[in-house]
Write a protein that binds this ligand. Sequence first.
Ligand SMILES: [Cu+2]
Length: 177
Amino acid sequence: MEGAYKYLLALFLAALITKEASATRFPVGGSQGWDESTDFKSWTSGQTFKVGDELVFKYNSGLHSVVELGNESAYKNCDIGTAVNSMNGGKDVVKLTKPGTRYFACGTMGHCGQGMKVKIKTVAADASSTSGSSPSSSTSSTSTSTSTASAFQPISSLIAMTASAGFLFAVDRLMNA
Ligand SMILES: [Cu+2]
């Protein structure tokens, strides 16, 4: 009995570790994809990119492309000419192999200037435990749920106290009956 329990616990822990270590594949720009109309700044602000994760640029290959820029100033000035890498497959996968910042822009004339560019900050894979929670939850929803929880806490603890007092009273009555 105890052996089976330990086995299950080990399985559970193994599953937990495997889940933690697995890489995430991010579609750049979310459901809108790699497009001029996508707000990439707001998309990246809700994400945590870790070493081992992958970016997927999905777009119409006739309209757009992906160029990787070497530094912040090239990114700011949309200096496509200094690209360190370029792709035009329409479904390009970029693996984040080390911590640091990487810069991507569209190679089509004028698109970068229209905001079709994204800056990806990659953190070490084990940094997740300190920065916390899942990458999908946004800061606004977290703060809302926290304030709701703290507002309800006194009420729920009052209910718990009342319930346990009632239980002790019932036990006392049964014992003395
Ligand atoms: Cu483009």
